[in-house]
Design a protein around this ligand. Structure first.
Ligand SMILES: *Cc1c(COP(=O)(O)O)cnc(C)c1O
Length: 412
C-alpha cells in the first residue's frame, strides 16, 4: 500500500474503517474473553468525553504547561492509594499500562538493591509460574535472571518452593492479585514474611485486581489481603484500563515510600536542551488517558464501583454454576475475583471444544498448563451468557462426536 496522492474525504475513510472492522471479533456482543473491559454505556461515554476534552494536551507537559493534567494525575494516584491503604508516605504515577508499571517497579527495586549491595551483582527475581510475561520483559531489558516456580495445587504461589529458589542475589519477589492464568490471589502476607527475612523487595501485581479488590472486600467476600496493609509490600501495579473501566492507555504504579518512587525517575542533562526528567518509561503521554481516568473515578465513586463489583461477582458465580450445570467441565482453581479458568473433566479435549467455539464466532482464551479455557469477565459477558452456554454445550457435544484434539493453540 502507498499513501494516496490526494487525501480522501473522512466519510470515505470512515466507510473503509467500518468495513475493516466488520471482520473483527465482536466484543460488543461479548465474544472476546479479554482486551475490552466494559462496565456500561454511561461509564464508557464519560471516559470518552473526558478523553476528548484533553485530546491534544500532553501529560509530559504537566509540570510546565498543563497544570490541570498534573493535578488530575496526582488525584487519581491519591484516590487509588486511599483504596489500597497506601499510608502517608506512599505515592505513584500513571503509566501507559501494566507492562510499564511493572517495568518501573522492577527498575526501582533493582536500583534500591544496588544502593545497598553495590553495582555488579548477578541479580535474580523469584516469581510464581503464573506471573505475567511483563516481568520477564523487564528482566530481559535489565539483564536480570528470572526464576519461575511452579504454583501449588490451588493455583496460588507456592511460598516454601519460592523460598527454596531464592539465594543471596534474589532482590525481588512477586505476588499477583490475582494472577492472570487462574484468577487466584497469591498469599501476599506469607510472601511478605519471606521478603522481610531475606531483605528482598515485594511487589504485588494487581494489574487485574487493583481497582476491584477494594470493592469486592466491601461486599464481604473473603479474599486474601493483598495491598499495602501487608507491611513488606513496597510497590504495586494496578491497571485503570482493566477493572478501573477507564479508557486505554491507563495504569498506575504505587510505592509505599516516596523515596522508592523516585528510583523510577530518569534524570538527564547531557544534551543541548538541559535538564530532562521523567518518572515514566515513555516521554509524551496522552493527557486524555489521565483526564478520562480522573473523570471515571469521580463519576463512579465508591458506590458505583461497588455496584459493578457486585454484578461482576454474580456473573462469575453464574458462569461457574453454568459450567457445573452443563457438565463436562471443572474450574482449574476457585477464582477469587472474575477470571474463570476451566478444563474438561472427562477425556474430551478442551482445545477441541475451543476449536468449535471459534467456529461459532468466539475468541477463546486458553491456558496451556493445564489445558483449559479462560475468561476475564466484564459486563458484556453477563449479557452474552445465554449465547455462551448454548454454544459451549453444542461445542462440547461436537468435540465429543469428533473425538480428536483441537487445532487451536494458546497464544496471546
Ligand atoms: C494485563 C496484565 C499485565 C500487563 O498489563 P498491560 O496493560 O497489558 O501492559 C500485567 N499483569 C497482569 C496480571 C495482567 O493481567
Amino acid at each position: 500500500m502507498r499513501m494516496p496522492s490526494n487525501g480522501l474525504a473522512f466519510e470515505e475513510i470512515e466507510r473503509s474503517m467500518d468495513e475493516l472492522a466488520s471482520g473483527d471479533i465482536d466484543w460488543r456482543r461479548g465474544r472476546t474473553p479479554l482486551y475490552v473491559f466494559f462496565a456500561n454505556e454511561a461509564v464508557a461515554e464519560v471516559g470518552q468525553r473526558a478523553f476528548n476534552k484533553f485530546f491534544s494536551e500532553n501529560a509530559l507537559g504537566g509540570k510546565r504547561a498543563f497544570f490541570s493534567v498534573a493535578r488530575m494525575e496526582r488525584e487519581v494516584v491519591a484516590m487509588a492509594l486511599d483504596l489500597l491503604n497506601g499510608g502517608d508516605n506512599a505515592t505513584g504515577y500513571m503509566t501507559s499500562g501494566g507492562s510499564e508499571s511493572i517495568f518501573l517497579a522492577v527498575k526501582s527495586a533493582r536500583d534500591w538493591f544496588r544502593t545497598r549491595r553495590g553495582g555488579n551483582h548477578a541479580l535474580n527475581m523469584v516469581l510464581p509460574y503464573s506471573a505475567h510475561p511483563a516481568f520477564n520483559k523487564a528482566a530481559e531489558a535489565m539483564d536480570i535472571e528470572v526464576r519461575r516456580v511452579a504454583v501449588a495445587d490451588d493455583g496460588r504461589a507456592d511460598v516454601p518452593a519460592m523460598t527454596a529458589a531464592m539465594d543471596g542475589n534474589t532482590f525481588f519477589l512477586l505476588g499477583s492479585a490475582p494472577c492472570f492464568p487462574h484468577g487466584v490471589i497469591d498469599p501476599v502476607a506469607e510472601l511478605g514474611a519471606v521478603a522481610e527475612s531475606a531483605d528482598a523487595w515485594l511487589h504485588v501485581d494487581a494489574c487485574v485486581g487493583g481497582y476491584l479488590t477494594p470493592f469486592v472486600e466491601r461486599l464481604g467476600y473473603d479474599i486474601p489481603v493483598c495491598d499495602f496493609r501487608v507491611p513488606a509490600v513496597r510497590s504495586l501495579s494496578a491497571d485503570l484500563h482493566k477493572y478501573g473501566f477507564c479508557p486505554k492507555p491507563a495504569s498506575t504504579v504505587f510505592y509505599r515510600d516516596a523515596e522508592d518512587a523516585e528510583r523510577s525517575r530518569f534524570d538527564f542533562d547531557q544534551w543541548p536542551n538541559g535538564q530532562f526528567s521523567t518518572a515514566t518509561l515513555v516521554g509524551t503521554r496522552p493527557a486524555g488517558g489521565v483526564a478520562a481516568a480522573w473523570a471515571v473515578l469521580n463519576y463512579l465513586g465508591i458506590e458505583g464501583y461497588t455496584a459493578i463489583a457486585r454484578q461482576l461477582m454474580e456473573t462469575r458465580d453464574a458462569y461457574i454454576d453454568g459450567l457445573l450445570r452443563v457438565g463436562g467441565f471443572e474450574p482449574v482453581a476457585r477464582p477469587d475475583l472474575t477470571i474463570v479458568n476451566f478444563r474438561s473433566n472427562d477425556d474430551t479435549d478442551i482445545f477441541a471444544v475451543a476449536e468449535q467455539m471459534t467456529e461459532r464466532g468466539w475468541l477463546v482464551g486458553l491456558t496451556q498448563q493445564p489445558k483449559g479455557m479462560h475468561l476475564m469477565l466484564s459486563m458484556k459477558h453477563r449479557e452474552a451468557s445465554e449465547d455462551y452456554f448454548n454454544d459451549l454445550v453444542a461445542s462440547r457435544d461436537e468435540a465429543r462426536r469428533l473425538g480428536r484434539q483441537g487445532a487451536v493453540s494458546a497464544s496471546y
